[in-house]
Design a protein around this ligand. Structure first.
Ligand SMILES: C[S@@+](CC[C@H](N)C(=O)[O-])C[C@H]1O[C@@H](n2cnc3c(N)ncnc32)[C@H](O)[C@@H]1O
Length: 385
Protein backbone atom coordinates (compact mmCIF):
# COMPACT_ATOMS: atom_id res chain seq x y z
CA UNK A 1 0.00 0.00 0.00
CA UNK A 2 1.47 3.38 -0.99
CA UNK A 3 1.80 6.11 1.64
CA UNK A 4 -0.96 8.07 -0.13
CA UNK A 5 -3.29 5.06 0.04
CA UNK A 6 -2.44 4.61 3.71
CA UNK A 7 -3.23 8.24 4.44
CA UNK A 8 -6.47 7.99 2.49
CA UNK A 9 -7.47 4.82 4.41
CA UNK A 10 -6.75 6.66 7.65
CA UNK A 11 -8.97 9.58 6.55
CA UNK A 12 -11.79 7.17 5.71
CA UNK A 13 -11.51 5.49 9.14
CA UNK A 14 -11.62 8.85 10.88
CA UNK A 15 -14.71 9.87 8.91
CA UNK A 16 -16.39 6.56 9.77
CA UNK A 17 -15.74 7.28 13.45
CA UNK A 18 -17.03 10.83 12.99
CA UNK A 19 -20.33 9.40 11.74
CA UNK A 20 -21.48 9.04 15.34
CA UNK A 21 -19.45 11.89 16.89
CA UNK A 22 -20.89 15.26 18.02
CA UNK A 23 -21.28 17.99 15.36
CA UNK A 24 -18.35 19.99 16.73
CA UNK A 25 -16.00 17.01 16.36
CA UNK A 26 -17.15 16.40 12.76
CA UNK A 27 -16.70 20.10 11.92
CA UNK A 28 -13.21 20.02 13.41
CA UNK A 29 -12.31 16.96 11.34
CA UNK A 30 -13.60 18.60 8.15
CA UNK A 31 -11.52 21.70 8.96
CA UNK A 32 -8.47 19.52 9.51
CA UNK A 33 -8.81 17.30 6.42
CA UNK A 34 -10.25 19.99 4.17
CA UNK A 35 -13.62 20.08 2.40
CA UNK A 36 -12.09 18.76 -0.83
CA UNK A 37 -10.70 15.61 0.79
CA UNK A 38 -13.88 14.94 2.76
CA UNK A 39 -16.10 15.74 -0.24
CA UNK A 40 -14.13 13.37 -2.46
CA UNK A 41 -14.45 10.50 0.02
CA UNK A 42 -18.19 11.11 0.50
CA UNK A 43 -18.93 11.36 -3.25
CA UNK A 44 -16.93 8.20 -3.91
CA UNK A 45 -19.02 6.43 -1.27
CA UNK A 46 -22.31 7.80 -2.67
CA UNK A 47 -21.47 6.65 -6.20
CA UNK A 48 -20.61 3.17 -4.85
CA UNK A 49 -23.90 2.96 -2.92
CA UNK A 50 -26.22 4.05 -5.73
CA UNK A 51 -28.41 1.32 -7.23
CA UNK A 52 -28.20 0.93 -11.02
CA UNK A 53 -29.81 4.01 -12.65
CA UNK A 54 -33.11 3.54 -14.48
CA UNK A 55 -33.43 6.82 -16.41
CA UNK A 56 -33.03 6.28 -20.16
CA UNK A 57 -31.72 9.75 -21.04
CA UNK A 58 -28.69 11.23 -19.32
CA UNK A 59 -29.37 13.47 -16.33
CA UNK A 60 -26.71 15.69 -14.76
CA UNK A 61 -27.04 16.37 -11.06
CA UNK A 62 -24.96 18.97 -9.23
CA UNK A 63 -24.17 17.87 -5.70
CA UNK A 64 -23.05 20.83 -3.59
CA UNK A 65 -21.50 20.07 -0.24
CA UNK A 66 -21.35 23.07 2.06
CA UNK A 67 -19.20 23.79 5.10
CA UNK A 68 -19.64 27.32 6.51
CA UNK A 69 -18.80 29.68 3.66
CA UNK A 70 -17.03 26.95 1.68
CA UNK A 71 -18.76 24.89 -0.97
CA UNK A 72 -17.69 21.94 -3.13
CA UNK A 73 -19.62 21.25 -6.32
CA UNK A 74 -19.57 17.91 -8.16
CA UNK A 75 -21.43 17.23 -11.40
CA UNK A 76 -22.63 13.65 -11.71
CA UNK A 77 -23.96 12.07 -14.89
CA UNK A 78 -26.62 9.46 -14.22
CA UNK A 79 -28.02 7.15 -16.91
CA UNK A 80 -29.18 3.56 -17.32
CA UNK A 81 -26.48 1.01 -18.27
CA UNK A 82 -23.69 3.46 -17.43
CA UNK A 83 -21.59 3.77 -14.28
CA UNK A 84 -22.40 7.04 -12.53
CA UNK A 85 -19.53 9.36 -13.41
CA UNK A 86 -18.19 12.75 -12.47
CA UNK A 87 -18.26 15.17 -15.40
CA UNK A 88 -16.72 18.54 -16.03
CA UNK A 89 -18.66 21.49 -17.31
CA UNK A 90 -20.00 24.88 -16.42
CA UNK A 91 -23.24 23.48 -15.07
CA UNK A 92 -25.45 24.64 -17.94
CA UNK A 93 -26.61 21.08 -18.57
CA UNK A 94 -27.57 20.50 -14.95
CA UNK A 95 -31.15 19.31 -14.34
CA UNK A 96 -31.08 19.07 -10.56
CA UNK A 97 -29.05 20.79 -7.86
CA UNK A 98 -28.81 19.08 -4.48
CA UNK A 99 -27.15 21.04 -1.70
CA UNK A 100 -26.33 19.64 1.71
CA UNK A 101 -24.26 20.64 4.72
CA UNK A 102 -21.21 18.42 5.04
CA UNK A 103 -22.14 17.47 8.64
CA UNK A 104 -25.51 16.15 7.46
CA UNK A 105 -23.84 14.26 4.63
CA UNK A 106 -21.28 12.64 6.96
CA UNK A 107 -24.22 11.50 9.14
CA UNK A 108 -26.09 10.13 6.13
CA UNK A 109 -23.06 8.19 4.91
CA UNK A 110 -21.35 7.06 8.11
CA UNK A 111 -24.01 7.62 10.77
CA UNK A 112 -26.44 5.08 12.20
CA UNK A 113 -28.98 3.33 9.98
CA UNK A 114 -32.17 5.23 9.17
CA UNK A 115 -31.17 8.60 7.77
CA UNK A 116 -33.70 11.30 6.91
CA UNK A 117 -35.01 11.14 3.40
CA UNK A 118 -35.82 14.86 3.32
CA UNK A 119 -35.19 17.81 5.57
CA UNK A 120 -31.46 18.14 5.19
CA UNK A 121 -31.17 18.84 1.44
CA UNK A 122 -31.90 22.02 -0.46
CA UNK A 123 -32.75 21.41 -4.07
CA UNK A 124 -33.35 23.27 -7.33
CA UNK A 125 -35.07 21.62 -10.29
CA UNK A 126 -33.81 23.35 -13.45
CA UNK A 127 -35.43 23.49 -16.90
CA UNK A 128 -32.38 22.18 -18.75
CA UNK A 129 -33.59 19.41 -21.09
CA UNK A 130 -37.27 20.45 -21.13
CA UNK A 131 -37.52 19.63 -24.83
CA UNK A 132 -37.34 15.95 -23.93
CA UNK A 133 -40.77 14.48 -23.12
CA UNK A 134 -39.60 12.18 -20.36
CA UNK A 135 -37.62 14.97 -18.69
CA UNK A 136 -39.56 15.08 -15.42
CA UNK A 137 -39.59 11.33 -14.98
CA UNK A 138 -35.95 10.83 -15.94
CA UNK A 139 -34.81 13.61 -13.62
CA UNK A 140 -36.86 12.11 -10.79
CA UNK A 141 -35.46 8.62 -11.45
CA UNK A 142 -31.89 9.90 -11.52
CA UNK A 143 -32.36 12.01 -8.40
CA UNK A 144 -33.91 9.06 -6.58
CA UNK A 145 -30.91 6.93 -7.58
CA UNK A 146 -28.51 9.50 -6.18
CA UNK A 147 -30.51 9.99 -2.99
CA UNK A 148 -30.47 6.22 -2.45
CA UNK A 149 -26.69 6.47 -2.55
CA UNK A 150 -26.74 9.27 0.03
CA UNK A 151 -27.77 6.96 2.82
CA UNK A 152 -27.54 3.56 4.38
CA UNK A 153 -30.98 2.04 4.72
CA UNK A 154 -31.81 0.20 1.47
CA UNK A 155 -29.99 -2.98 2.32
CA UNK A 156 -31.93 -6.14 1.63
CA UNK A 157 -28.95 -8.49 1.62
CA UNK A 158 -30.51 -10.90 -0.88
CA UNK A 159 -31.12 -8.05 -3.31
CA UNK A 160 -27.54 -6.85 -2.81
CA UNK A 161 -26.22 -10.37 -3.51
CA UNK A 162 -28.15 -10.42 -6.77
CA UNK A 163 -27.08 -6.86 -7.66
CA UNK A 164 -23.38 -7.61 -7.28
CA UNK A 165 -23.56 -11.19 -8.59
CA UNK A 166 -22.82 -13.23 -5.46
CA UNK A 167 -24.27 -16.74 -5.30
CA UNK A 168 -25.15 -16.32 -1.62
CA UNK A 169 -28.84 -15.84 -2.43
CA UNK A 170 -31.48 -17.09 -4.85
CA UNK A 171 -29.11 -19.18 -6.94
CA UNK A 172 -26.69 -21.83 -5.67
CA UNK A 173 -27.16 -20.87 -2.02
CA UNK A 174 -29.85 -19.52 0.27
CA UNK A 175 -27.68 -17.90 2.91
CA UNK A 176 -28.84 -14.26 2.89
CA UNK A 177 -31.57 -14.52 5.58
CA UNK A 178 -29.18 -16.36 7.92
CA UNK A 179 -26.57 -13.69 7.38
CA UNK A 180 -29.13 -10.94 8.04
CA UNK A 181 -30.26 -12.69 11.21
CA UNK A 182 -26.72 -12.89 12.63
CA UNK A 183 -25.23 -9.69 11.20
CA UNK A 184 -28.07 -7.25 11.90
CA UNK A 185 -26.55 -6.27 15.26
CA UNK A 186 -23.31 -5.17 13.56
CA UNK A 187 -24.94 -2.89 10.99
CA UNK A 188 -24.28 0.38 12.77
CA UNK A 189 -20.77 -0.53 13.84
CA UNK A 190 -17.42 0.11 12.19
CA UNK A 191 -16.89 -3.62 11.69
CA UNK A 192 -13.83 -5.30 10.25
CA UNK A 193 -14.85 -8.23 8.06
CA UNK A 194 -12.52 -10.80 6.50
CA UNK A 195 -13.75 -13.18 3.80
CA UNK A 196 -11.61 -16.06 2.52
CA UNK A 197 -12.38 -16.54 -1.18
CA UNK A 198 -12.98 -13.50 -3.34
CA UNK A 199 -14.42 -15.39 -6.32
CA UNK A 200 -13.60 -15.80 -9.97
CA UNK A 201 -10.53 -17.98 -9.33
CA UNK A 202 -7.92 -17.23 -12.02
CA UNK A 203 -10.57 -16.67 -14.70
CA UNK A 204 -12.35 -13.53 -13.48
CA UNK A 205 -11.73 -10.72 -11.02
CA UNK A 206 -14.63 -11.69 -8.70
CA UNK A 207 -15.35 -9.51 -5.68
CA UNK A 208 -19.16 -9.82 -5.70
CA UNK A 209 -19.54 -10.63 -2.02
CA UNK A 210 -16.91 -8.11 -0.92
CA UNK A 211 -18.91 -5.34 -2.63
CA UNK A 212 -22.08 -6.71 -1.09
CA UNK A 213 -20.54 -6.56 2.39
CA UNK A 214 -19.18 -3.07 1.77
CA UNK A 215 -22.67 -1.90 0.82
CA UNK A 216 -24.33 -3.76 3.71
CA UNK A 217 -21.89 -2.58 6.40
CA UNK A 218 -21.89 1.12 5.60
CA UNK A 219 -19.23 1.75 8.27
CA UNK A 220 -17.30 -1.46 7.67
CA UNK A 221 -13.78 -2.19 6.48
CA UNK A 222 -13.88 -5.20 4.20
CA UNK A 223 -10.90 -7.44 3.49
CA UNK A 224 -10.90 -10.40 1.13
CA UNK A 225 -8.15 -12.97 0.60
CA UNK A 226 -7.67 -15.31 -2.32
CA UNK A 227 -4.83 -17.39 -3.72
CA UNK A 228 -5.05 -15.26 -6.86
CA UNK A 229 -4.10 -11.59 -6.98
CA UNK A 230 -7.29 -9.54 -7.12
CA UNK A 231 -5.83 -6.22 -6.06
CA UNK A 232 -7.55 -4.55 -9.04
CA UNK A 233 -10.64 -4.66 -6.80
CA UNK A 234 -9.02 -2.41 -4.19
CA UNK A 235 -11.04 0.67 -3.37
CA UNK A 236 -11.93 2.67 -0.29
CA UNK A 237 -13.13 0.34 2.50
CA UNK A 238 -12.36 -2.77 0.41
CA UNK A 239 -9.00 -4.54 0.26
CA UNK A 240 -8.26 -7.67 -1.77
CA UNK A 241 -5.16 -9.40 -0.40
CA UNK A 242 -3.35 -12.58 -1.40
CA UNK A 243 -3.12 -15.50 1.02
CA UNK A 244 -3.48 -19.27 0.85
CA UNK A 245 -5.84 -20.68 3.45
CA UNK A 246 -3.81 -23.90 3.53
CA UNK A 247 -0.95 -21.93 5.12
CA UNK A 248 -1.68 -20.83 8.70
CA UNK A 249 1.23 -18.34 8.72
CA UNK A 250 -0.17 -16.49 5.69
CA UNK A 251 -3.53 -16.10 7.39
CA UNK A 252 -1.83 -14.98 10.61
CA UNK A 253 0.00 -12.29 8.60
CA UNK A 254 -3.38 -11.08 7.29
CA UNK A 255 -4.69 -11.08 10.86
CA UNK A 256 -1.70 -9.04 12.05
CA UNK A 257 -2.12 -6.53 9.24
CA UNK A 258 -5.89 -6.05 9.08
CA UNK A 259 -7.36 -7.63 12.23
CA UNK A 260 -8.71 -8.17 14.71
CA UNK A 261 -11.96 -8.94 12.90
CA UNK A 262 -15.58 -8.81 14.03
CA UNK A 263 -16.53 -11.27 11.32
CA UNK A 264 -14.62 -13.94 9.41
CA UNK A 265 -16.26 -15.87 6.57
CA UNK A 266 -14.71 -18.94 4.99
CA UNK A 267 -15.92 -19.17 1.39
CA UNK A 268 -12.58 -20.33 -0.01
CA UNK A 269 -11.46 -23.76 -1.20
CA UNK A 270 -14.12 -25.66 0.83
CA UNK A 271 -11.59 -28.48 1.24
CA UNK A 272 -11.99 -30.13 4.66
CA UNK A 273 -8.39 -29.73 5.81
CA UNK A 274 -8.16 -26.10 4.60
CA UNK A 275 -11.34 -25.17 6.48
CA UNK A 276 -9.86 -26.48 9.71
CA UNK A 277 -6.48 -24.84 9.10
CA UNK A 278 -8.12 -21.47 8.48
CA UNK A 279 -10.43 -21.77 11.47
CA UNK A 280 -7.61 -22.51 13.92
CA UNK A 281 -5.33 -19.87 12.37
CA UNK A 282 -7.92 -17.10 12.40
CA UNK A 283 -9.84 -17.78 15.60
CA UNK A 284 -7.23 -15.81 17.62
CA UNK A 285 -7.83 -12.83 15.29
CA UNK A 286 -11.59 -12.86 15.83
CA UNK A 287 -12.76 -10.28 18.36
CA UNK A 288 -14.56 -11.24 21.52
CA UNK A 289 -18.25 -11.15 20.51
CA UNK A 290 -17.31 -11.81 16.88
CA UNK A 291 -18.70 -14.40 14.45
CA UNK A 292 -16.88 -17.01 12.35
CA UNK A 293 -18.87 -18.36 9.41
CA UNK A 294 -18.14 -21.48 7.39
CA UNK A 295 -20.06 -21.81 4.13
CA UNK A 296 -20.73 -24.88 2.02
CA UNK A 297 -20.80 -27.52 4.74
CA UNK A 298 -22.13 -29.92 2.09
CA UNK A 299 -18.52 -30.49 1.02
CA UNK A 300 -18.12 -32.52 4.23
CA UNK A 301 -20.00 -35.25 2.37
CA UNK A 302 -18.10 -34.91 -0.91
CA UNK A 303 -14.87 -36.97 -1.18
CA UNK A 304 -13.54 -34.65 -3.92
CA UNK A 305 -13.39 -31.90 -1.25
CA UNK A 306 -11.81 -34.21 1.33
CA UNK A 307 -15.25 -35.08 2.69
CA UNK A 308 -16.56 -38.40 3.96
CA UNK A 309 -17.94 -40.96 1.58
CA UNK A 310 -20.13 -42.62 4.23
CA UNK A 311 -23.42 -41.57 5.78
CA UNK A 312 -21.98 -39.53 8.68
CA UNK A 313 -19.44 -36.73 8.40
CA UNK A 314 -16.04 -37.83 9.69
CA UNK A 315 -14.14 -35.84 12.36
CA UNK A 316 -11.70 -34.31 9.85
CA UNK A 317 -14.48 -32.56 7.86
CA UNK A 318 -16.09 -29.18 8.52
CA UNK A 319 -19.20 -30.86 9.91
CA UNK A 320 -16.84 -33.01 12.02
CA UNK A 321 -15.31 -29.77 13.33
CA UNK A 322 -18.76 -28.48 14.23
CA UNK A 323 -19.57 -31.70 16.09
CA UNK A 324 -16.27 -31.40 17.97
CA UNK A 325 -17.15 -27.80 18.86
CA UNK A 326 -20.45 -28.95 20.38
CA UNK A 327 -18.40 -31.17 22.72
CA UNK A 328 -15.96 -28.31 23.37
CA UNK A 329 -18.82 -25.99 24.27
CA UNK A 330 -19.69 -28.44 27.04
CA UNK A 331 -16.15 -29.22 28.17
CA UNK A 332 -16.95 -28.21 31.76
CA UNK A 333 -19.44 -31.04 32.00
CA UNK A 334 -16.76 -33.65 31.47
CA UNK A 335 -14.76 -35.11 34.34
CA UNK A 336 -11.45 -34.37 32.60
CA UNK A 337 -12.17 -30.62 32.51
CA UNK A 338 -11.03 -30.08 36.06
CA UNK A 339 -7.58 -31.52 35.34
CA UNK A 340 -6.52 -29.52 32.28
CA UNK A 341 -6.64 -25.95 31.06
CA UNK A 342 -9.26 -25.53 28.30
CA UNK A 343 -8.17 -25.42 24.66
CA UNK A 344 -8.79 -22.19 22.73
CA UNK A 345 -11.98 -23.51 21.17
CA UNK A 346 -13.23 -24.77 24.53
CA UNK A 347 -12.50 -21.44 26.15
CA UNK A 348 -13.99 -19.13 23.54
CA UNK A 349 -16.60 -20.75 21.26
CA UNK A 350 -19.85 -19.78 22.95
CA UNK A 351 -22.49 -20.38 20.29
CA UNK A 352 -22.97 -22.71 17.33
CA UNK A 353 -25.78 -22.01 14.87
CA UNK A 354 -26.02 -24.62 12.14
CA UNK A 355 -28.27 -24.19 9.11
CA UNK A 356 -28.38 -26.11 5.88
CA UNK A 357 -24.81 -25.91 4.52
CA UNK A 358 -23.67 -23.01 6.73
CA UNK A 359 -22.58 -22.53 10.34
CA UNK A 360 -22.23 -19.36 12.45
CA UNK A 361 -19.83 -19.73 15.37
CA UNK A 362 -19.88 -17.13 18.13
CA UNK A 363 -16.81 -16.16 20.10
CA UNK A 364 -16.87 -15.02 23.71
CA UNK A 365 -16.06 -16.39 27.15
CA UNK A 366 -17.27 -19.95 27.59
CA UNK A 367 -17.04 -19.59 31.33
CA UNK A 368 -20.16 -21.11 32.85
CA UNK A 369 -19.19 -23.74 35.35
CA UNK A 370 -20.23 -27.34 34.84
CA UNK A 371 -23.02 -29.07 36.69
CA UNK A 372 -21.71 -28.89 40.32
CA UNK A 373 -19.93 -31.98 41.53
CA UNK A 374 -21.47 -31.68 45.01
CA UNK A 375 -24.97 -31.62 43.51
CA UNK A 376 -24.28 -34.73 41.46
CA UNK A 377 -23.21 -36.47 44.64
CA UNK A 378 -26.29 -35.26 46.44
CA UNK A 379 -28.58 -36.46 43.65
CA UNK A 380 -26.80 -39.78 43.51
CA UNK A 381 -27.77 -40.30 47.14
CA UNK A 382 -25.90 -41.55 50.21
CA UNK A 383 -23.09 -43.96 49.61
CA UNK A 384 -21.86 -42.26 46.40
CA UNK A 385 -18.77 -40.12 46.53
C1 LIG B 1 -16.67 -19.66 -4.15
S1 LIG B 1 -15.42 -18.54 -4.62
C2 LIG B 1 -15.73 -17.18 -3.54
C3 LIG B 1 -16.98 -16.41 -3.88
C4 LIG B 1 -17.14 -15.11 -3.16
N1 LIG B 1 -16.93 -15.24 -1.74
C5 LIG B 1 -18.56 -14.60 -3.39
O1 LIG B 1 -19.47 -14.99 -2.62
O2 LIG B 1 -18.75 -13.83 -4.33
C6 LIG B 1 -14.00 -19.31 -3.97
C7 LIG B 1 -12.70 -18.54 -4.13
O3 LIG B 1 -11.75 -19.14 -3.25
C8 LIG B 1 -10.48 -19.06 -3.83
N2 LIG B 1 -9.62 -20.10 -3.24
C9 LIG B 1 -9.52 -21.41 -3.59
N3 LIG B 1 -8.59 -22.02 -2.84
C10 LIG B 1 -8.11 -21.09 -1.98
C11 LIG B 1 -7.12 -21.12 -0.96
N4 LIG B 1 -6.44 -22.24 -0.68
N5 LIG B 1 -6.86 -19.99 -0.28
C12 LIG B 1 -7.52 -18.84 -0.57
N6 LIG B 1 -8.48 -18.77 -1.53
C13 LIG B 1 -8.76 -19.87 -2.23
C14 LIG B 1 -10.72 -19.26 -5.31
O4 LIG B 1 -9.68 -18.71 -6.07
C15 LIG B 1 -12.07 -18.57 -5.52
O5 LIG B 1 -11.87 -17.27 -6.02
Amino acid sequence: MSSNDKLDAEHVERLITAGTAPDAAVAELVDELGLDTVGEILIDEIVFRCPPPENTTAVTIALEVVHGVRRRRTLLRVMRDEPISQVNGDGRAVQMVLEIDVLDLVRRIFGPVGHRRTGDFRNAFLPSGLEHLGYLRDTALATDTLLSGCGNDSVDLGALAVRYGSDKWASLHWYAPHYEHHFERFRDHPVRLLEIGIGGEDRELGGASLKMWKRYFHRGLIVGVDIFDKSLLNQRRLTAAVADQRVAEELAAIGDLYGPFDIVIDDGSHVAEDIRTAFHALLPYLRHDGIYVIEDLQTSYLPEFGGSAGEAAEPYTAVGLVKQLVDDLHFQERASAADQPPTLTQACVTGIHVYHNIVFLEKGTNGEEGFPHWLRQLLAGPGHS
